[in-house]
Write a protein of this length. Structure first.
Length: 332
């Protein structure tokens, strides 16, 4: 086995490891509200998330192609394998750190920042495809703002429509609806988050000359879908506790409003081929719903800590990837 193939295999293993971690780090967000309201038991919620994430992951490739060709040109990288491997190591380390601390940070910010940081360390900032890169950054920034506003609007409508209904009975009915909204949100999560790892593997295959276009190989789709499904089956309980209970006390009607909002925005982004942070979208949807329900009912301290993590994730992961790249270049 030649060294190029060995490095490519290491990159694929690293990418699938990142996808596995992403499964229990980010997929937990999609089912947090349904577990919090007891609409689903943890075991059933995770089983549902595994199935729907897998189906979502093999249904779309638009986001994967954006990652492959809109951040850097794989053919222009001087040390392509080292760049991609550095980005994956940085992404894995950052995800494990934030998971251990129970902070729902963004795997999307992490991997995009890591790719940009390692590529810039390799060939300078000019190697970045700024038009595509800035479009991705704009989507990452705007999507949680839209999620907050839309969550506020959706729950405000719910309050008007169900104003004179019996609250306990209404919540019982919405608890059943939550099963479907949790499934929908898990599906949309798969259409966006699993795609990012597919894009990274495809980028490595292009950089190392195994394929010559950004079309995602089917085996890459299936492998990433399985890795994310396995990660989801482990369950990210620390993240679930933060998203499902530490932002606000979630009732079934709140959960449905947040799930519908999050799923709509994530699916819309996937249809446009835009990578967004599912963590940010889901969390800010809950914040928007909470603000519409009762502003004081939102734990703004938790929200503040989450926002700080979101802001620092991209630059810190970029810096970490750059440092790892300089170390790897000594050996590769």
């Amino acid at each position: 086995m030649d060294s190029l193939m060995l490095i490519t295999i290491l990159i694929v293993i690293g990418a699938l490891t990142f996808d596995f971690i992403n499964g229990f780090h980010d997929s937990a967000n999609a089912i947090a509200t349904s577990i919090s309201t007891k609409a689903l038991s943890p075991k059933r919620a995770i089983t549902l998330a595994v199935i729907m994430n897998f189906l979502g992951a093999i249904s779309f490739t638009g986001v994967a192609q954006t990652i492959t060709k809109n951040i850097v040109d794989p053919f222009s990288l001087e040390d392509g394998s080292a760049v991609i491997l550095s980005a994956l190591i940085a992404g894995i380390l950052w995800n494990l750190l934030t998971w251990y601390m129970g902070i729902p940070s963004s795997s999307s910010h992490t991997i995009i920042g890591s790719i940009a940081g390692a590529a810039a360390a390799s060939s300078g900032f000019h190697v970045l495809k700024w038009a595509g890169f800035m479009t991705i950054i704009e989507a990452l920034i705007l999507s949680p703002i839209i999620a907050f506003c839309l969550g506020y609007l959706v729950y405000s409508i719910f309050k008007i429509v169900f104003k004179n209904r019996n609250l306990p009975k209404t919540n019982r009915r919405f608890r059943h609806i939550q099963i479907f909204t949790a499934a929908l949100q898990s599906f949309t999560h798969g259409t966006n988050d699993a795609q990012k790892t597919m894009g990274i593997i495809t980028m490595a295959l292009m950089a190392n000359g195994y394929i010559h276009e950004s079309q995602i190989p089917f085996w890459v789709q299936v492998a990433c879908a399985i890795a994310m499904g396995l990660g989801t089956s482990v369950g990210g309980w620390k993240i679930i506790r933060t998203v499902g209970g530490k932002i606000m006390k979630i009732r079934p009607i709140n959960g449905v409003a947040a799930d519908v909002t999050g799923a709509g925005i994530i699916f819309g982004a996937s249809a446009l081929g835009l990578p967004v942070s599912t963590t940010h979208v889901i969390s800010t949807s809950i914040m928007g719903v909470g603000a519409a329900h009762r502003v004081r009912g939102v734990n703004w301290d938790t929200a503040k800590h989450m926002v700080v993590t979101w802001v620092i994730t991209l630059p810190l992961s970029a810096a970490l990837a750059a440092v790892i790249f300089y170390v790897l270049r000594l050996f590769l």
